[in-house]
Design a protein. Structure first.
Ligand SMILES: [Zn+2]
Length: 262
């Protein structure tokens, strides 16, 4: 059954955890198959990790364990693929808080140690009081269409493990609007010029801290010329003849589905 997750908007050291989300490197460490959280348990009650929110109404803490038994771990992506909304939110939030704490243990200005600030998710320098907030990196992800065809590409890094065709995506550069990022990324990666980028919806993607801004955009001109450093294949596909595409919980798939329905 899907449970609700409500994130806290900052640390509250007075809250005692009743549940623990335990993550290892790229995986969730869980007590039973299909049971993702640890209940009051000697092993984690010693941990001093902050409560990050409420799951099923109970305060939940997130903690990182370096050595996780193989039998009791599931890859984070497989947990996300379950499409359990509360669990996905908890995992995304927890991973990003852990990443922010790991990346801001020391002050980038003076090198002193940082500590978690009460009431916020910032890490604060113990000496110069500089604040470091969890980083959120905006990316664009765009479905390009040309009449009834869509432009889909395959990434070099996906070929061996998971050979699917997907939409074009990339980070927004400093000084750039999201719409400018759409036009630049599609041109850089595929040689195609697009127009009229239209924002659809967004998705948080905690690898490690992306906010994916989903767009549709119209073909304007050009022939496909792939950036071979990133992509190994790319083509126009008719909607009734799509190649293998990403699963339903991904924003890429939602962008494709939205276009099919339009
Ligand atoms: Zn400092």
């Amino acid at each position: 059954m899907t449970q609700m997750y409500k994130p806290l908007m900052g640390r509250n050291p007075d809250l005692q955890p009743e549940l623990w989300l335990v993550v290892g490197k790229g995986c969730v460490f869980h007590p039973e198959p299909d049971q993702w959280l640890w209940r009051d348990n000697q092993r984690f009650s010693e941990c001093h990790d902050a409560v990050i929110g409420h799951y099923d109404g109970k305060p939940v803490a997130v903690t990182f364990q370096k050595d996780v038994p193989e039998a009791d771990q599931t890859p984070v992506r497989s947990v996300l693929a379950l499409q359990d909304e509360g669990l996905t939110l908890l995992l995304s939030h927890g991973l990003q808080i852990l990443t922010a704490e790991r990346d801001h243990r020391y002050c980038g200005r003076c090198g002193s140690s940082c500590e978690g600030k009460t009431g916020e998710w910032a890490m604060v320098c113990s000496r110069c009081r500089a604040h470091y907030y969890p980083r959120i990196s905006p990316c664009i992800i765009v479905l390009v269409h040309r009449e009834t065809e869509v432009l889909l590409v395959m990434h070099n890094r996906h070929v061996r493990e998971n050979p699917v065709f997907t939409t074009v995506a990339g980070f927004i550069e400093p000084g750039e609007s999201a719409e400018e990022g759409v036009i630049r990324e599609v041109l850089e990666e595929t040689g195609i010029k697009v127009k009229n980028p239209e924002y659809c919806f967004s998705q948080n993607w905690p690898f490690p801290h992306s906010l994916m801004l989903g767009f549709h955009a119209e073909y304007e001109s050009g022939e496909i010329q792939l950036d071979s450093k990133e992509l190994c294949e790319g083509d126009w596909f008719e909607l009734d003849k799509l190649p293998p595409i990403p699963p339903g919980f991904t924003i890429a798939r939602k962008l494709i589905n939205k276009f099919i329905q339009s």
